[in-house]
Design a protein around this ligand. Structure first.
Ligand code: NAD
Ligand code: AKB
Length: 316
């Protein structure tokens, strides 16, 4: 029986992935952890530990206490926040990962999921249908940490035979938990502002295309990759995952079909340069072939669900 540790369970992905994994593996077999308190749904639904990923001895003690066999390491500082505080962010993103890899090797924990990002790509990368293998020259502290992290995953796999798995998530959109300080956050905020104030000031330009994905598709993909027979996995660093590609104006128009008096204005900030260095769309045929990546949601379906769920939250 697998015992799973999630590090960073209170965030945008962790708050949904934890609940999904508990449905599959059982509440007591999925240990949630974060540096901050998580929602009651998580803390009351199964084991929860308050811990900083940089305190590796404490994480090792948790691993021994629960007989952990798999780790989902989600704790990170995302692109926008990392640019405000580069060196401390590098520590969380990079030292955090290396300590986990080394601790897993020593304690013989077999399987790791660690997410990478479209941020591994940079200005010299082909921007449309970005392939699995191509030039990667990230110019943000977050992107550099993700690219280095991918290489460390491949290193531990090759050198120590560890089962490390990863996907390059695009921007993720969800209604359960706020987005965590990234460049793609506008695509979450816009739905909240549409419901709350019927207007939104966007920090990216209207025609900034980025790869995006609705959270249920991301959770399904993550679990599918982790459950695939290791012999089928040909990629030793991180798999491309494409999802949709849209720009702020596309989301605005999709929302306007439901809220005709919704308005938008544009005040691009420092995140525009980050977005401009990232791909507009991603090619993910290797993921489709190796582990059956597929999608259920497009912009229209996602918009209907986002608006309905946020309305419920705010009784609007
Ligand atoms: P998030 O910021 O919402 O959540 C991260 C969680 O990690 C937070 O709950 C935070 O409290 C926790 N954390 C931060 N520092 C910590 C520390 N020192 N010790 C323990 N916990 C700590 O981020 P997310 O969107 O859930 O992203 C999770 C992972 O997925 C990250 O690695 C991120 O880079 C990656 N990713 C996310 C997206 C996206 O659009 N959400 C896209 C690509 C990749
Ligand atoms: C961010 O914008 O930083 C994240 C990501 C795409 O990695 N959402």
């Amino acid at each position: 029986m697998d015992n799973i540790l999630i590090i960073g369970c209170a965030g945008q992905i962790g708050s949904e992935l934890t609940l999904e994994l508990r449905k599959i593996y059982g509440d007591t077999h999925v240990i949630a952890s974060d540096i901050r308190q998580a929602d009651e749904e998580i803390t009351a639904g199964g084991p929860f530990e308050l811990v900083n990923v940089l305190e590796i001895e404490k994480i090792a003690a948790i691993v021994k206490k629960y007989g952990i066999t798999q780790i989902y390491h989600l704790a990170a500082i995302l692109s926008g926040n990392a640019e405000k505080n580069p060196l401390p962010s590098w520590d969380v993103n990079m030292k955090g990962l290396l300590d986990i890899l080394e601790m897993m090797r020593e304690l013989k924990v077999s399987q790791l999921f660690w997410p990478s990002s479209i941020a591994v790509f940079g200005p010299s990368t082909p921007q449309k249908n970005t392939p699995q293998q191509c030039i990667m020259d990230p110019n943000t502290v977050y992107g550099i940490s993700k690219l280095a992290g991918e290489r460390w995953l491949a290193y531990y796999k090759k050198r120590y035979g560890m089962d490390t798995r990863s996907v390059r998530y695009p921007g993720l959109i969800s209604y359960k938990t706020e987005a965590g300080g990234g460049t793609t956050d506008y695509a979450v905020e816009i739905y909240y502002e549409a419901i709350k104030n019927k207007k939104y000031v966007c920090f990216l330009k209207e025609d900034t295309y980025l790869p995006m994905m609705f959270m249920p598709d991301a959770i399904k993909a993550t679990i599918q990759l982790m459950q695939t027979d290791i012999d089928k996995l040909t990629c030793d660093d991180s798999y491309n995952v494409g999802g949709m590609s849209f720009c702020p104006d596309d989301v605005f128009r999709a929302i306007k079909k439901h809220i005709p008096d919704f308005t938008i204005s544009y005040e691009p900030d420092f995140r525009q340069a980050i977005a401009d260095s990232w791909p507009q769309s991603i090619e993910d045929c290797v993921s489709q072939k190796d582990w059956g990546l597929s999608y259920t949601y497009n912009l229209e379906k996602m918009t209907e669900i986002m608006l309905a769920e946020i309305r419920k939250k705010f009784n609007k």
